[in-house]
Write a protein that binds this ligand. Structure first.
Ligand SMILES: [Zn+2]
Length: 305
């Protein structure tokens, strides 16, 4: 399903297919203004989102929250010119660093995602940053930003609406994609998912894919723990990263989905990036390309089914 869907009065999710570059946005309409959670990967997607918001309300978008600095969550911040854009301190620093490397990223994305349109997207810095937590008050509604630290990204942020029992998870929770501990800290990613589980919420909005429940979030954490345990056994038996990946290839998880977890596990367990002959594992972006291709296959299969 694509488009806006209302989760509670005034609280909406903007859904796209569960693919790497197609993230989810939140739209929270208050008495005077609108809060948006995450911008999108290209201008067309964002124009569609903005048109959907205009169908709901003519109130201004006053705040735009970035859950983390990955391009598909920050790439159209500049298309919300009236909004104050907020990220964690670490997220803002990372966005600034990515912005300085924009040309390099442009080349990389063109190579790795040739069929993905990133037109009109670019890294744009945030106006405000926080660490720990920050609450926005939209009338009587509290929108609580919670920084969980390194995990999926340099610093994962969840956005909790305690009264509505809704949490926007960013990419700490992915629905239709595997858990992605992209910074090489699996234990910390598991801890961040556990933190989501402790929030008082009934609806967990995934960073990609449809919203889920506490059970879905728990299932993703258990899957990640299981994969980490298996990778740890391989590591403790002295297997190289490449051998471990082969040993786990027969598992019920596709190899493109195993790769980021095994790689992150080995990074964590060895305290460094492992020696590897696996050309895919040399770059995060190439790992993502494999996941994107696998997710597209799964999605196509689902649609056929
Ligand atoms: Zn991400």
């Amino acid at each position: 399903m694509v488009g806006l869907s209302e989760l509670a009065e005034g609280v909406h999710v903007y859904l796209q297919p569960p693919l790497i570059c197609y993230s989810t946005a939140g739209v929270i309409v208050g008495e005077r203004d609108v809060i948006v959670i995450d911008s999108l990967a290209n201008a067309v997607m964002t124009e569609h989102l903005l048109a959907e918001i205009r169908r709901l309300t003519d109130k201004p978008v006053r705040f735009l929250i970035n859950t983390h600095s990955h391009f598909d969550h920050v790439y159209t911040n500049h298309l919300f010119p009236e909004a104050t854009v907020i990220a964690s301190h670490r997220g803002r620093e990372e966005t600034k660093a990515n912005r300085r490397a924009q040309t390099k990223h442009d080349t990389l994305f063109a190579e790795l995602f040739p069929d993905v349109d990133l037109t009109g997207g670019r890294y744009t810095g945030q106006d405000a940053s926080f660490s720990g937590s920050l609450s926005l008050h939209q009338g009587s509604r509290e929108v609580r930003l919670i920084e969980l630290g390194v995990g999926h990204s340099e610093s994962d942020v969840a956005v909790h609406l305690p009264d509505e029992g809704i949490v926007f998870c960013g990419d700490i929770f992915l629905n239709g994609l595997p858990p992605l501990p992209l910074e090489g800290h699996v234990t910390q990613t598991i801890a961040n998912i556990r933190s989501l589980e402790t929030l008082d919420a009934e609806i967990y909005v995934a960073g990609h894919g449809d919203p889920g429940t506490l059970d879905d979030v728990r299932a993703q954490r258990i899957q990640l723990e299981r994969q980490f345990q298996r990778a740890r056994r391989c590591f403790e038996q002295g297997m190289s990263y490449d051998t471990a990946l082969q040993a786990l290839a027969g598992d019920d998880v596709p190899v493109a989905f195993q790769r980021p977890v095994v790689l992150a596990s080995y990074c964590e367990l060895a305290g460094r990036r492992p020696e590897t002959a696996d050309p895919v594992s040399r770059s995060h972006m190439t790992v993502l390309q494999g996941i994107a291709a696998e997710a597209r296959l799964l999605l196509a299969r689902d649609h056929v089914g």
